[in-house]
Design a protein around this ligand. Structure first.
Ligand SMILES: [Zn+2]
Length: 223
């Protein structure tokens, strides 16, 4: 009896899911001429960002969302053009991979984990922060840990916590996050100047797990 009731609910919920499909702009951080951080193994960040962003697209589409890819061809030089290209979407998610301050590069193995950033200059902060927290929460549930060092004035950039448990920071001047066009967040998947973490992040199964967590968080916060 319970099984039948649960089945009926599942059918109804499925209809609701499709009705609440959203459009998400997935931004590939950096571009070919200035590809961001160079990993411990010598691979440009842009390559990591593009591979993960394509997995994020697939994971979101599997959940019934529409995805608008931004900067995936590697020719988007103007930062402000990115959120503009996302106008009309429900959320802007910028995909990046992290580094450390130059003087900490010799001990980069001490730095690891994901982080999320939102801007208090974005008029849709409440929605952007809710999504960042939901993604961070889904990342933790999938076994990933927040990096936390960006809040440290010495080891990081003194970026205050917006949600410490879920690894979310305020970064008010961040160009792609402070846009007025739509709710926005920046996601750092992990620290690629840490060789061990780089090897982990280069594995398709790690990328798929991260993409699934992002899709889970986005679906939760936008519905
Ligand atoms: Zn970056």
């Amino acid at each position: 009896m319970h099984a039948i009731a649960a089945g009926a609910c599942a059918v109804l919920l499925c209809g609701v899911c499709h009705a609440q499909a959203r459009e998400i702009a997935v931004d590939v951080g950096h571009y070919l001429d200035r590809p961001g951080v160079i990993s411990a193994g010598g691979i440009p960040e842009f390559e990591f960002n593009r591979r993960l962003a394509l997995q994020v697209r697939d994971a979101l589409e599997r959940r019934g969302h529409r995805v608008r890819m931004i900067g995936e061809r590697g020719d988007m030089r103007e930062l402000a053009a990115r959120p503009r290209a996302a106008a009309g979407a429900d959320l802007f998610v910028s995909i990046h991979h992290d580094s450390v301050r130059e003087r900490y590069l010799p001990v980069a193995h001490e730095f690891s984990g994901y982080s999320l950033f939102v801007s208090r200059q974005n008029p849709h902060l409440e929605r952007g922060l809710a999504c960042a927290s939901a993604i961070g929460s889904a990342m933790r549930a999938a076994g990933f840990a927040p990096s936390l060092y960006h809040a440290d004035p010495e080891r990081g950039g003194n970026r205050p916590f917006a949600d410490r448990d879920n690894g979310v920071h305020f970064y008010d001047n961040l160009a792609v996050a402070r846009t007025e066009v739509l709710p926005a967040l920046l996601f750092e998947a992990g620290v690629i100047v840490n060789r061990e973490e780089e090897v982990r992040l280069a594995r398709p199964e790690t990328q798929q797990a991260i993409a699934a967590a992002i899709a889970e968080g986005v679906t939760r916060c936008l519905n």
